[in-house]
Each structure stands twice: as structure tokens, then as C-alpha cells.
Design a protein around this ligand. Structure first.
Ligand SMILES: [Zn+2]
Length: 700
């Protein structure tokens, strides 16, 4: 289910919490080389700006050197240490793909080289087809014509269910989304999940805000839709009218959708019903025909995540002329394929609106980068298998697991020490903690792509078949027990997540690399950086959203009323703290939207700190001894801060402040540290220093 449906082709089905939001349309280029070719370090003294007082602005103190060394490149909307590693991983993937693509791209394989495996054929041909812009330009819109014809053949809303089922199967985000998701009441059971969708702007508030910038963005969006219609062959006047129709339909859908803040409360998304009852609600849309065409269950338990949205959808299709519905569907079809599968004019216009206008990028990324990311999305576990063999040795996996266990032990100790939680709730919290499953690096069982056909020279067809494969795979899970071994991220991903319905933490191999983690650096650096991330994901199990799920992943309250009140009062301190931050002129952070991430940042760093102190004690580390001029404590905090060094364009910062549950990186550093007196002590900060909060917030 597309929880954040907008411009994302393969959104995850679960309500999961990630460490960072990496915008799919605005990824970045490799920064100018690291001096000396030593590669990035977890703790890097050369990045520190000693002209800044660490008690004034620790972010600038820790990162100014990195900023100087890494000017924001033109094709970037933001560039930070996540993107630094992301780009390095992408280079590694490119090498794998070029080797696999050799026959299709014309390069000869040497006689003693083994023939390509089935997976190599798929990743290699998918990549080479995407790279072949001459063939894509030459074919023009022809590969999409059968789909355009299907939409043109829609004569009445009675035919809509079957058409929509087909469009959904090929990744077109029209009206709503349907997929599998664990039952909120029974996390072991997969049921069908119907969620709001159908928007072309990032989220619903883009359609409703009335400030000048938002009004301008809507006008720019309409101009973009018009341009795409024109490129598809519509006369200018018709394209203009059609773009207004798209905006009108989407505005209606948006107004009936939950805000992104309201979506954060799982109770707001939990409306179990069954297919027969839902069918009765949808008086103008035959659900039976839809599910039959989609090859989804025609009966049984399901979740109508947003009943208000579906009531509006039902009314909308009854009241909207069929020609307007065709227009709306045509837009979403073109939009879904406008990236790497259609001619350069579409690709360019798609970039122009989503990366340039909305996020400030000045130059489009090179083709190989986008094609590499595409194969990672479409065949991530085939590509990831080779990646892991090369870049994630068993020793790294073992080290990562040891750190994860140490952070979990720290949380056990932390729960013992909480003065605001009753003994009764502590028992429940510990039960949940002890039940957390740790998934490190990559899946135990790799995904089987044998049923996905990838054809050399057919970029659009490959994208379509990849969507069909993924939809079928997803829907096949309904009615079956939940597979907790499955991953929502591919192995080379630079990110991590906690899944509240499975109560597991997931750390892809692509993240356990410098500058976030290194076997060659000391524990102070690794705990400050990767340790805080592990703590972050673990704390998500106990943030305002995650705490509503029990140890088995069921949405079930295990808190006493008094403990719940204590939690909320403490969390409220953080809501106020972040509400007060003005990220760009006129736009404040949303304390409620970012609460879960802020709780996870603060709790996670605290857990890493406890684990690191334990580790230092066991290893008899001399806490007064300096390395590179810094004590072990100071190195811990600097490594934490240096993971967040990021430059961001104002346009992207604005989008982030309005839509992202993560606070911008500067605040993920400074605001978090301001709440920790242990940090102030390590740097001798006075009580009235900017890096010391007058009233420190603390939950975990
Ligand atoms: Zn998070």
C-alpha cells in the first residue's frame, strides 16, 4: 500500500520507520574526491572547524570542514554523508551491472568467462535497456500506446473496476492503492489493505494550502501536467483544459485524505471490515469486478484504511463525466512512465517539475545513476546478492550484530532506570524489547525472480513487467502467514528501518560502511555513529507510534493509563521544542509530524551512549587519553554529529519541513545534543550556552 503515494514507484507496503528520507527523484552525484584517497572516516578530525565554539553550534563545529570540501553539486537538491555513501554504493552497483550487461551492450565476453546466470541476464539487460536512450527515443510513445488505447476505450464507469485493476498492476497510482499488509489486530495474518492515493503532488496539503508559494506550486504543477499532455500529442488548448481537470479531481481526493500527521497514528488507519461489506459501501464501483480482475481475494477480512477517502472516491466517480476520468487516468499513466522509459522530452519535463521546481536541483543526474537506481528498485535482491558477496564480508555482519545486541542491552538497563514508568509497564516494555528480531545485511532467503521476464532493448516493457511481478508477489501474500524474513529495503540501501507490525530492526549491508561504520575505527566512533542509528531504530518500537504495538506486532495497548500520561507529557516537551524551529523563513517544523523521529533520535543516541560507556569500561579504555586531540567521549559526540553533515537547497528544505517526518539534519544534531547534559559535560559547555537546552526534554 502506498502510504506516501506521490511520485514513488515501489513504496513499501508496511508502516515502517526509516532512519532518513532519501528523495527518490533528487538523488545526488559523487562529490569531489576525498583528499588523499583514504576514503571517508567515521570520525574525521580534519572536518572540524576550530574557529566555532562547540558549545555555540556543534553542527558547524563538526561539519564545516566537510561543507568546505563538498560544495553542493548542480544536480543535487541536498548532499550529505548519506548521499556520499549512496553514491559510492551506486558506483559499485554500476560495475556489477556493466559486467552483467556485457553481451547486450555489445561488449564481448571472453571465451573462458562463464555464461550469464538467469539473474545476471535480468539485471544486465534491464540496465542496458535503460541506458539505450537512442532506442527509447526512436520508439517514442509507441510502447505505451496499448495502455493509452485501453484508457481511450473506457466508455462508462461500469468498466472502470477492471481497467483500474490493470493500471494498478502496472504501477499507475490512480485513485487509490490496494495491496497486502498485516492485520493491525493480528500481525501474523496478511489481509488486503485499501489506502488513499491518486495524487501527483507530494501530499495532500499541497492541494489545500493557501500561502503564495503553495498557490504558485499548484500553478507550476498544472503547467507540468499540461506539458506532459502536449508531449503526448494533445493540442495546446485541450492539454490546458485537461491539466485543470486533473487538478480538480486530485484536489477532491486530497481533501478527503488524511494529513501526513494524522497518518502517523495507526489508529487512524485501522478500519477492519470485509470485502462484502466494503463492496456495499462502494455503490458506484463494483469491488467484485475490481478484485476479480486484480486476482485478489474476493471475500474475507480487509482494512479500509481511510473510509472518508473511499466515500469521496465513490461519489466522485458517479459525478465526474467519463471523459474527465479518462483524462485523469491518462495523466497518471504518462506520469508513471515519464522517467527512464519514455523519450528524453518526457524524462526532462518530469525532472524539471519534481527535481528542479519542487526541490531546486539545477542539473539532471547522469543516466547511469538513474538506471542503476532503477535496477536496484526492480531487481534489488538479484543485484544485492552480488553486492553483498563483494562488499559485506561475514566479519562485518558479525560486528554489526554484536553492536545491535549491545544497544539492546543498553535499552534493558535504561528501562530499569526510568523514574516515570511503573514496574508493571516496565515488564511489558522489556518483553517487547526481548522479542525484537535483528535483521542484519541481507535476507536469509533471496527473492525468486524466475517469473519476471526482462527483455533486452525493451525499457518500457521491462518496467511494466517489473511492476506486474511486484504486484502479483504482493497480492499473493494475502491470506497467508506473514513472512518476517522478507525485507522492505534492498541490500545496498543506505538506510535502516523498524517494522512495528513485525517488531524487527532492519539494517541493510549498504549502510554498514564508512563513513557510518568501519572495522578500522574505534568503538567511540562506531557507537557514536552507527550505534546511535541502531538505537534510533530500536527506540521506534517505543515512540508515540511504535509504543501502540505489542511485542507480537499487534496494535494493542500495553500501557497503564498513568504511564501513558507520563509518556505523553514528556513527548509533548519535544513537540514544543521542534514546533519552535523555523526551518526556512515562514515555515516552522511540525513537532507532531516529526515526533516519532525526534524521540528515536534522542533515545537512540542516549542508548548508544550507555552502550559505549559499558564497552569502554569492559575494555578498560583510558577516558582521559586523547587521540587526534580528542577524548573518547568527545570522539563519540563528534562521530554522531558528522554523520549528519548535509547541504540542502532552500527549495528542498522547504519540501522537507512540510512533508518529512525527519527534522533537517542540523536539528537532528544540535537539538538532540542540547537535551543531553552528558554532551555538555564532555565539552565543558556552560548552562547558558546555545548547545544547552534551558529545559532538557527526555523520554527514553
Ligand atoms: Zn526513524
Amino acid at each position: 500500500m502506498l502510504r506516501f503515494a506521490a511520485a514513488c514507484n515501489y513504496c513499501s507496503t508496511a508502516v515502517i520507520f526509516v532512519i532518513a528520507t532519501i528523495p527518490a527523484l533528487c538523488q545526488t552525484a559523487l562529490a569531489p574526491g576525498t583528499p588523499g584517497g583514504l576514503g571517508p572516516r567515521v570520525f574525521d578530525a580534519s572536518l572540524i572547524d576550530k574557529s566555532v565554539d562547540p558549545c555555540d553550534n556543534f553542527y558547524k563545529y563538526s561539519c564545516n570542514g566537510w561543507f568546505k570540501r563538498n560544495p553542493l553539486p548542480a544536480d543535487q537538491t541536498s548532499y550529505g554523508r548519506f548521499t556520499e555513501l549512496y553514491e559510492l554504493n551506486r558506483l559499485h552497483l554500476k560495475q556489477i551491472l556493466e559486467a552483467a550487461a556485457a553481451p547486450a551492450s555489445g561488449g564481448a565476453r571472453s571465451a573462458n568467462e562463464h555464461p550469464r546466470s538467469a539473474n545476471e541476464q535480468k539485471i544486465g539487460d534491464d540496465y542496458a535497456s535503460c541506458m539505450d536512450t537512442a532506442a527509447i527515443d526512436k520508439r517514442g510513445l509507441a510502447p505505451l500506446q496499448p495502455e493509452l488505447d485501453r484508457i481511450a476505450a473506457l466508455k462508462s464507469t461500469a468498466q472502470l473496476p477492471a481497467l483500474l485493476a490493470h493500471l494498478h498492476s502496472i504501477g499507475v497510482n490512480a485513485f487509490f492503492g490496494m495491496g497486502s499488509n498485516p492485520d493491525f489486530a493480528n500481525a501474523n495474518s496478511m489481509i488486503s489493505y485499501y489506502g488513499a492515493g491518486g495524487l501527483g503532488l507530494p501530499e495532500r496539503d499541497y492541494y489545500t494550502r493557501t500561502d503564495a508559494k503553495s498557490v504558485e506550486q499548484r500553478q507550476q504543477y498544472v503547467a507540468h501536467v499540461r506539458k506532459i499532455f502536449t508531449l503526448a500529442g494533445e493540442p495546446e488548448a485541450k492539454a490546458r483544459k485537461d491539466a485543470e481537470i486533473v487538478l480538480a479531481i486530485e484536489t477532491r481526493l486530497a481533501k478527503a485524505s488524511l494529513t501526513i500527521t494524522d497518518q502517523r497514528d495507526p489508529q487512524n488507519l485501522n478500519h477492519p471490515t470485509d470485502v462484502a461489506a466494503f463492496e456495499k459501501e462502494l455503490t458506484h464501483f463494483s469491488l467484485d469486478e475490481y478484485v476479480t480482475a486484480a486476482h485478489a481475494p474476493t471475500a474475507g477480512r480487509m482494512n479500509d484504511a481511510e473510509p472518508k477517502f473511499f466515500a469521496e472516491f465513490n461519489a466522485l466517480i458517479a459525478e465526474t463525466p467519463i471523459a474527465e476520468i479518462r483524462t485523469y487516468l491518462r495523466w497518471h499513466l504518462l506520469h508513471a512512465y515519464a522517467g527512464t522509459s519514455l523519450p528524453a522530452s518526457f524524462d526532462q519535463e518530469n525532472w524539471n517539475f519534481y527535481a528542479h521546481t519542487l526541490n531546486g536541483a539545477e542539473k539532471q543526474q547522469e543516466r547511469w545513476k538513474r538506471c542503476t537506481s532503477r535496477v536496484d528498485m526492480e531487481l534489488g535482491e538479484a543485484l544485492g546478492q552480488v553486492y553483498v558477496e563483494k562488499y559485506f564480508p561475514p566479519a562485518a555482519k558479525q560486528h554489526a550484530l554484536e553492536m545491535t545486541l549491545a544497544i539492546e542491552q543498553a535499552m534493558d538497563k535504561d528501562i530499569d532506570g526510568l523514574d516515570w514508568m511503573s514496574a508493571e509497564t516496565k515488564v511489558m516494555a522489556k518483553d517487547k524489547l526481548h522479542a525484537v528480531m535483528n535483521k542484519i545485511g541481507y535476507p536469509d532467503k533471496w527473492r525468486d525472480y524466475s517469473k519476471l521476464e526482462i527483455v533486452a532493448g525493451d525499457a518500457l516493457g521491462n518496467q511494466m513487467r517489473a511492476h506486474e511481478f511486484e504486484t502479483a508477489r504482493d497480492l499473493a501474500k494475502i491470506g497467508k502467514p506473514v513472512d518476517k524474513g522478507e525485507w522492505q529495503m534492498t541490500p545496498p540501501t543506505v538506510n535502516a528501518y523498524y517494522d512495528p507490525q513485525q517488531n524487527n530492526v532492519n539494517f541493510p549491508a549498504g549502510y554498514f560502511q564508512p563513513p557510518f561504520f568501519s572495522d578500522k575505527e574505534d568503538d567511540a566512533a562506531n557507537y557514536g555513529d552507527m550505534g546511535s542509528t541502531i538505537g534510533h531504530e530500536l527506540t521506534h518500537g517505543f515512540d508515540d507510534e511504535g509504543r501502540q504495538f505489542d511485542k507480537d506486532g499487534n496494535l494493542k495497548n500495553w500501557w497503564t493509563k498513568e504511564d501513558e500520561e507520563n509518556f505523553n507529557a514528556r513527548a509533548d516537551c519535544e513537540v514544543k521544542q521542534y514546533d519552535a524551529i523555523e526551518a526556512v523563513p515562514g515555515v516552522h517544523l511540525n513537532g507532531k509530524l516529526t515526533l516519532g523521529e525526534n524521540l528515536a533520535d534522542l533515545g537512540g543516541l542516549w542508548l548508544a551512549w550507555i552502550a559505549w560507556l559499558d564497552k569502554a569500561e569492559t575494555a578498560h579504555i583510558d577516558m582521559a587519553a586523547k587521540t587526534d586531540g580528542y577524548t573518547p567521549d568527545q570522539r563519540f559526540w563528534i562521530a554522531y554529529a558528522q554523520q549528519w553533515c548535509t547541504q540542502t537547497r532552500p527549495e528542498q528544505l522547504r519540501t522537507q519541513a512540510e512533508t518529512d517526518p525527519h527534522a533537517p539534519d542540523e536539528y537532528r544534531t544540535n537539538t538532540v545534543l542540547e537535551d543531553l547534559p552528558e554532551f555538555a559535560k564532555s565539552f565543558g559547555c556552560k548552562n547558558n550556552a546555545p548547545m544547552v537546552a534551558p529545559t532538557a526534554c527526555r523520554v527514553w
